[in-house]
Ligand binder design. Structure first.
Ligand code: NCD
Length: 352
């Protein structure tokens, strides 16, 4: 059984396979319309979602399958104090595959350890969002025709933006990809993402606060929302929320074949006057989400007999993860595990 917890759970060859399968599904949807007949997806959304939840639902229904689940933690037994492990154990008995979104970082790692069906991470706190990245990769493939030789600008909330973390992890594996990281100082990319992906991948990057300065060099501009719900301080959010606004006039100096992407929802970071620009790819991007998720469901349902679940790591006497959003701080009955470098196996943050 395979899971998708981190985008790096898939090799670049497997990503190519998924992109090819999604493209074929887009061209011949009727050939896939009963491939999941009799199968059920458990959609456990402990956090709000529009595109991710609905595109998973649409994907499963387009394959002839059915979906059960909830779209807010308040309507499940979590509100009675049930753990992630117990909830997922139960839903494993009622479904053939699980897609889960949870506010705690590392919750899908916990889920995948106890589930008896494949678990898909549909976003865990400010950590990772691998299925958005699959959507982004299909978009890059459709718009650019390649994953290498790209200058990618990511702009906005790089600290809490889980889509950015997974996108950087995925793209840092390709040749000659460099990043321009555009954010206010307070929302810079976390060190664990830099250490694990940019340094390891040998990727060049620059950090800047200035969007206008960055635009002319970019092949892709990936805008993101300032993640209001992750801020400790409301005042800080209010101060930073309008840091960026992409407007049609700011695109005057951009490349003609720039691709403007955004995982959505947008607030004010892309003015609606950009929507008519042929380089605005974010609505196509959302549409691709349905097809890549169909490909993903087919792939994971076809991996019986394999077990990719790893939870290497050791306990360190008296040491707990410092990340206040890590699942290991709240989930009862799990061990607090770290790898040999002191990285938490759930949320990937390093202990001091
Ligand atoms: C993103 C998310 O949930 O992280 N949305 C999505 O899944 N398309 C981005 C966001 O909420 O800003």
């Amino acid at each position: 059984m395979r899971n998708l917890v981190n985008i790096l759970d898939f090799s670049t060859e497997e990503i190519d396979e998924l992109v090819r399968l999604a493209s074929d599904i887009m061209e011949h949807p009727e050939s896939y319309s009963d491939r999941c007949k009799g199968k059920i997806m458990g959609a456990l959304f402990f956090e709000p979602s529009t595109r991710t939840r609905l595109s998973f639902t649409s994907a499963m229904m387009s394959l002839g399958g059915q979906v059960l689940g909830f779209d807010q933690a308040g309507s499940s037994s979590v509100s009675k104090g049930e753990t992630v492990s117990d909830t997922v154990r139960m839903v494993s008995a009622y479904s053939d595959i699980i897609a889960m979104r949870h506010p705690k970082e590392g919750a899908p790692v916990v889920a995948s350890r106890v589930a008896t069906v494949p678990v898909i991470n549909a976003g865990d706190g400010g950590h990772f969002h691998p299925t958005q990245t699959l959507t982004d990769l299909l978009t890059i493939y459709k718009k650019k025709g390649r994953f290498d030789n790209l200058v990618i600008g990511v702009c906005g909330d790089l600290k809490y933006g889980r889509t950015v973390h997974s996108l950087i992890a995925a793209m840092s594996r390709y040749d000659n990809v460099s990043f321009v990281l555009i954010s206010p100082e307070e929302l810079m990319l976390p060190d664990y993402v830099k250490d694990d992906h940019l340094f390891t991948g040998g990727c060049e990057y620059v950090e800047t606060e200035n969007l206008e300065f960055a635009i002319p060099s970019l092949d892709i501009l990936y805008m993101t929302r300032i993640q209001a719900e992750r801020f400790e301080s409301k005042e800080e959010y209010e101060r930073l929320k309008d840091s960026y606004e992409l407007t049609a006039s700011k695109l005057a100096m951009a490349k003609e074949d720039l691709s403007i992407m955004h995982p959505l929802p947008r607030v004010t970071e892309i003015n609606v006057d950009v929507d008519d620009d042929p380089r605005a790819d974010y609505f196509d991007q959302a549409m691709y989400g349905r097809y890549i998720r169909m490909a993903l469901i087919l792939k994971l349902l076809d991996t019986k007999g394999v077990d990719d679940r790893r939870l290497d790591g050791v306990e360190r006497a008296g040491v707990a993860c410092q990340n206040p959003h890590c699942i290991s701080r709240t989930e009862r009955g799990i061990k607090k595990l770290f790898d040999e470098y002191g990285k938490c196996v759930y949320c990937d943050q390093y202990i001091e």
